[in-house]
Write a protein that binds this ligand. Structure first.
Ligand SMILES: [Cu+2]
Length: 143
């Protein structure tokens, strides 16, 4: 009977397939090592010896790494801004403060006196970045 040979043939092929499958599973696949690189995050805020407060902020498409900055009324504030990805700046209208617009690789700074207590929005003024959510909050606390 021809069909019997065909059925036996199919069974043999299936058995061979199972054998190949199980034997290949025995091979020791080297364990994938998932190491999470602990990157040293630079201190966001530092206070220099004259009492000025300095913040290191970076921007990507389309967000700042620091989304809230708190200072005291009267503080002289320096923002060192760096783009990690894309073309950006750091602006806060109420203190007339804005950095240059920079590409990755350039650090730009702006210094201003936070002489009015309140909450202000800082943002990136490039294109529609502000509307796209590239904003943060500057909190100036009453002394
Ligand atoms: Cu931007």
């Amino acid at each position: 009977m021809r069909s019997t040979y065909i059925i036996v043939g199919i069974i043999l092929v299936l058995l061979a397939g199972v054998f190949v499958f199980t034997s290949s599973k025995d091979e020791q696949v080297p364990a994938t090592t998932t190491t999470v690189e602990q990157q040293a995050v630079p201190e966001t805020m530092v206070e220099d010896d004259t009492g000025n407060v300095i913040f290191n902020v970076s921007g990507t498409n389309f967000a700042f790494d620091v989304t809230e900055i708190t200072v005291q009324e009267g503080d002289t504030v320096t923002i060192n801004f760096e783009s990690k990805d894309g073309f950006h700046d750091w602006v806060v209208d109420e203190f007339n403060a804005s950095t240059l617009q920079v590409n990755p690789g350039t650090v730009t700074s702006v210094t201003f006196v936070a002489d009015k207590a309140g909450e202000y929005e800082y943002y990136c003024s490039v294109g529609q970045h502000r509307q796209m959510g590239m904003v943060g909050k500057l909190i100036v606390e009453t002394k």
